[in-house]
Each structure stands twice: as structure tokens, then as C-alpha cells.
Design a protein around this ligand. Structure first.
Ligand SMILES: [Zn+2]
Length: 365
């Protein structure tokens, strides 16, 4: 049979902004999120309205083959592609190999990086052409500068304040949602993320370790004081009523760029308990992941039977060390990442694709 491209508009009625219907067989069409089953009449209406020209050319008797021949490339999911690097379409062979990898695991350990949040509109650091390092000469603040220099802290908090409204409003995308579903179905045993955006938890995942912490939490560097970033925002707002700067710029760590005038007038409070410095509860560049957190993740790895890395080049050692540990444990490993990864030599499979394209195509069984 010749290849046929069908323009399918597969919205679930419960999620009108997302393309979620999946066809297994002619009579089996369901939503990948809510598992609502759709009747063939509904599917026929979709196909008739979206493929009227093709249907007029093709005999009705061909419809069964017609539907079963839907190319993966015609399935589309709700996503923001502005920060997704250029890439080739994913092959069906890669999808099948990933399906087999997932099928063979009963306790999947998932390691995620900035590449899975790009489809939510948050850029990553290293993606070719669209990542922070490719588009800006600005670099994330280093922990030594933050500790030693009051003007660095003032500048950091002013920028973080302006970027917070936008950063805190980002929503999980189809990759986060799919992983939460996999956890509910018992497929995923644990998620370790390098991201500080809390989108896994927003999607409903529970067993999550935020390797580099979360921007949603603020801690004192000298005592045990902590405050939620949302609550701290009210404090910053009350201390800086004239701060009117805005920015559409955003970085993976919620940072933005500001002019010096906005920065120099910005008031940063000290810790109300001890007068120390307040800092987002994230691991800044140049700092180390707490040892107890690393050991807890290794324990999760020992209880898993495979590792799947998603949206990460694994260049940073803090995450790459878990690849090395999984190799010691002889766990099978796969990755979905558009570009090469540092772990390629350890992988049994690398799918060079966008996570939001690939993951929803995998069926749990
Ligand atoms: Zn304190």
C-alpha cells in the first residue's frame, strides 16, 4: 500500500487543547490521558472533516487500512517549540525500540533534564541554536560570587523577582503528564530531575527527587529558616513598591536581564531569624549536590531495573554520575534526546527525538 498522510485532528473532548487520541485498531481509539474510549462514528467524523479530499478519492473499503497507516509524523501534541532545537522526524523503528525497552522494565528509573521543559516554554542551557549558551553571553550566577558579593545577591534577587511571575506560571507539557501517568500505572518507580521548575509535581508525579533543588523554595544560608518563593514574593513586593521592570526574557533558572538602574534600587531582605543571606533552595553553579541526596538517588537506582534519560545531554557530572552507577549495576539504559549525550557509550538505545513527540506514542501494557 502506498504511504498516505492523513491530517488527523485528534482532540479528546476532555482536553480540547491537546492532541491525545490514539488509534490502536480500527475499533479501538482512546484518549491517552483520561482513557476515554471513542466510537468509530466519532473517528469517522474527524477523518471526514479533515480528509475530505482524500476520502473522496479512496474507496470506503480502504478505510481500515487507511486508518491503520497513520504515520507517526501526523500525530501532534500541544507544545511550545520555540526552544526546541532543529531535529529530524523520529523513525518508527526508534519508537518500536523504545516501546520494547519500556515493555521490558517493571521499575523504570527516569532521569530528566532541561530538554523536557523546553516544550513548556523554558529554554535549556546547551541546545544547539536555541539554548541559553547559544543565544546569550550571560551565564548563571556562581555560588562563590553569590556568597561573597552583596551586589551580586542584589542583582540576582532583582532579576529573579522580575522573572518570577512568568517562570512560576509555566505549565507541565505532555512529557511531564505522560510520566505522571506512567507512575500511576506503576511503570515509573522514581524520577530524578535536573530541573528546578517543579513541573513534574505540577503534572502529578509524586516520587520525584529534584537533584538541583527547586526555585519554589527559599532558604537561609546560615540557619534553618525557610519560606516558600510565593510568600517571599510578597515580601519583595512590599519592600520594592516602585519596581516596575518587566521582562519577556527567561532562562532555565528563572533569571532575566535588567538594566542597572532597576538593580541598584532593589531592596533584598535578610533572614528574619538570624540576619543571614537568603537564597533559592537550588544548587548554584560551582556548588555540589548534597551527599545525602546523591545517596538517596543511588538507593532508588538499586531498586529499579532500567534507566531512561529524557531531554538531557548528561554533560553535567551531578547527573552523569547516575549513568556511571547504573552501568555498575548493569542496568539497561536508554535516552530520548535530540542531540548526542555524554552517556551514549553506555546506552542500549538513544532516540534522537523530541520527548513530547515520542513518549505519548508508547503504550503501557
Ligand atoms: Zn537565618
Amino acid at each position: 500500500m502506498s504511504a498516505i498522510t492523513i491530517k488527523i485532528s485528534n482532540h479528546c473532548v476532555s482536553f480540547p487543547n491537546m492532541f491525545l487520541l490514539k488509534q490502536i485498531q480500527y475499533h479501538k481509539v482512546f484518549c491517552k490521558l483520561c482513557h476515554h474510549r471513542y466510537c468509530t462514528t466519532y473517528v469517522n467524523k474527524l477523518f471526514s472533516s479533515n480528509n475530505s479530499n482524500q476520502f473522496s478519492r479512496d474507496a470506503a473499503s480502504n478505510r481500515h487500512d487507511f486508518i491503520n497507516n497513520i504515520s507517526y509524523s501526523t500525530l501532534k501534541y500541544c507544545s511550545n517549540l520555540a526552544f526546541v532545537p532543529r531535529h529530524e522526524p523520529c523513525s518508527n523503528r526508534h519508537i518500536e525500540d523504545l516501546q520494547e525497552f519500556v515493555d521490558n522494565s517493571k521499575k523504570l528509573f527516569v532521569l530528566t533534564g532541561a530538554g523536557i521543559s523546553t516544550e513548556s516554554g523554558i529554554p535549556d542551557y546547551r541546545s544547539e541554536g536555541v539554548g541559553l549558551y547559544a543565544t546569550s553571553t550571560k551565564r548563571p550566577v556562581q555560588i562563590k560570587e553569590f556568597i561573597s558579593n552583596a551586589s551580586v545577591r542584589q542583582s540576582y534577587w532583582a532579576r529573579n523577582y522580575v522573572g518570577w511571575s512568568r517562570f512560576s506560571s509555566f505549565k507541565p507539557n505532555i512529557t511531564h503528564i505522560t510520566l505522571a501517568q506512567w507512575e500511576q500505572h506503576g511503570k515509573v518507580s522514581h524520577i530524578v530531575t535536573q530541573n528546578v521548575d517543579t513541573l513534574h509535581q505540577k503534572a502529578g508525579s509524586i516520587n520525584v527527587t529534584e537533584l538541583h533543588g527547586s526555585l519554589h523554595d527559599v532558604r537561609c544560608m546560615q540557619c534553618q529558616y525557610s519560606i516558600s518563593r510565593t510568600q517571599f514574593h510578597h515580601t519583595l513586593s512590599s519592600l520594592n513598591p516602585r519596581m516596575a521592570a518587566q521582562s519577556q526574557d527567561i532562562r532555565p533558572d528563572g533569571d532575566v536581564e535588567l538594566v542597572q538602574d532597576d538593580v541598584s534600587r532593589f531592596v533584598v531582605p535578610c533572614c528574619p531569624s538570624c540576619g543571614g543571606f537568603l537564597k533559592p533552595h537550588v544548587v548554584f553553579f560551582g556548588d555540589n549536590v548534597p551527599r545525602a541526596r546523591v545517596e538517596a538517588v543511588k538507593e532508588q537506582l538499586r531498586q529499579s531495573d532500567a534507566l531512561l534519560a529524557l531531554g538531557s545531554s548528561l554533560q553535567v557530572y551531578s547527573a552523569y554520575r547516575f549513568i556511571l552507577y547504573a552501568a555498575e549495576l548493569k542496568l539497561p539504559m536508554a535516552a530520548v534526546n535530540i542531540g548526542l549525550t555524554r552517556a551514549d557509550a553506555h546506552l542500549s538505545l538513544r532516540v534522537p527525538a523530541r520527548c513530547g513527540h515520542v513518549l505519548p506514542l508508547i503504550t503501557l501494557r
